[in-house]
Design a protein around this ligand. Structure first.
Ligand SMILES: Nc1ncnc2c1ncn2[C@@H]1O[C@H](COP(=O)(O)OP(=O)(O)OP(=O)(O)O)[C@@H](O)[C@H]1O
Ligand SMILES: [Mg+2]
Length: 361
């Protein structure tokens, strides 16, 4: 029996007792950069001039100590403002970027230390769909060649006719006409190009796909079609998704659980119903308050976040969110201690010194 059928008859808690497909532990990705020295009036002029001509070493803490599991068959949403580290996290957990520290396990196998050649067989199980379907496709390759490329790389077809059959099946699977194989990406609309990207990702029969904002570059009218396609494919192919998005309404619709990122850290992670009904972190509360509500009778207070996102090179002390936090009379801990994720509900964790437990399932 496949997992979807199993999940339909067995309570979710029991399904979720299976082993995680992905487990990341304390994952960090810091990019080394060189930046200007801070201005200081107390140093002699010659030293100041020398410093102004040089650069100091620093690190962009794009992902800074993230831990979570993704269970087989589930969709974990990843949300947060631009620059908070969502794409870097998605790419690092696929080992498209090398982690600075921490662990990544895929299907029980430790993959943090594997070399690129050792990673090769695992790569087949893990794919990525990008935001911009035009930039991610080679304009000089036909759609057929684009979809066939991974089939060739992983020697999936025995001969050319089998390869052509697989490509035709994949194009059909994602709702493209068979003659699409002989055409080039520029001949297609944005939604169709995204379908090509999905067909290419599916070509190797992966278990896990990172969907990095797969619909944000598309017209609103097309977005729902791509979301539906991703959901259909998930059921049919037993896929597990990490779904990166800015669109909290889509995330609510498509995801089982959601992780909220702020400045390289996960500040809250919960099942969809808890996150949307009892958001615990003030940052999540602010993000959700910006989501339009269809029913005008529902009282809806918009929380406006003040200031810009601080630099991931030099994040604020204590809770990195404290300079923008709307909670009044913050305790000293907010300025001094980095809050850790705490279990505050059945499937709900938040990293806020203030957040209180709730009993909602
Ligand atoms: N190669 C790099 N070198 C230095 N800094 C980088 C590099 N790649 C990303 N960053 C920085 O890492 C941080 C996280 O970037 P990332 O692209 O992961 O954010 P994001 O949450 O995906 O943003 P968006 O929603 O805009 O896609 C940003 O401050 C970004 O400038
Ligand atoms: Mg991104």
């Amino acid at each position: 029996m496949d997992r979807a059928a199993f999940a339909a008859i067995i309570p979710r808690e029991i399904v979720s007792m299976s082993e995680p497909l992905i487990r990341i532990t304390d994952l960090c990705k810091h990019f080394p950069v060189r930046i200007a020295w801070p201005a200081s009036a107390n140093v002699p002029l010659t030293e100041r001039i020398a410093k102004s001509l040089s650069r100091r070493k620093a690190a962009v803490k794009a992902v800074d100590g993230v831990s979570f599991d993704i269970m087989p068959g589930e969709t974990l949403g990843l949300v947060g403002e631009s620059g908070c580290g969502k794409s870097t996290l998605g790419r690092t957990l696929l080992r498209l970027l090398d982690p600075s520290s921490g662990r990544i396990e895929f299907d029980g196998q430790e993959m943090t230390e594997l070399s690129q050649s050792q990673l090769r067989p695992l790569r087949r199980n893990m794919q990525i769909i990008f935001q911009d379907p035009y930039a991610s496709l080679n304009p000089r390759m036909t759609v057929g060649a684009t979809v066939a490329e991974p089939v060739e790389i992983f020697s999936i077809a025995k001969n050319n006719s089998e390869k052509e059959r697989i490509v035709a099946e994949l194009l059909n699977r994602v709702g493209l006409p068979v003659d699409a194989a002989n055409r080039y990406p520029h001949e297609f609309s944005g939604g169709q190009r995204q379908r090509v990207g999905i067909a290419r990702a599916l070509a190797v029969k992966p278990k896990f796909i990172v969907c990095d904002e797969p619909i944000s570059a598309l017209d609103v009218s097309i977005q729902a079609q791509i979301v539906n396609l991703l959901q259909d494919l998930q059921k049919a192919e037993d896929l597990t998704y990490l779904f990166i998005s800015h669109d909290l309404q889509v995330v609510r619709h498509i995801c089982d659980r959601v992780a909220v990122m702020y400045l390289g850290k996960v500040v809250e992670i919960a099942d969809v119903s808890s996150l949307y009904s009892v958001p615990l972190h003030p940052y999540t509360q602010a993000l959700l308050s910006a989501v339009p509500v269809a029913d005008p009778s529902v009282k809806h207070e918009r929380i406006i976040l003040g200031g810009d996102v601080p630099s991931p090179i030099d994040p604020p002390t204590g809770c990195a969110f404290h300079p923008r936090c709307q909670v009044a009379n913050k305790p000293p801990a907010c300025f001094q201690k980095v809050p850790k994720l705490r279990k505050l509900g059945v499937a709900h964790q938040a990293a806020c010194h203030f957040a209180q437990r709730h009993d909602q399932q």
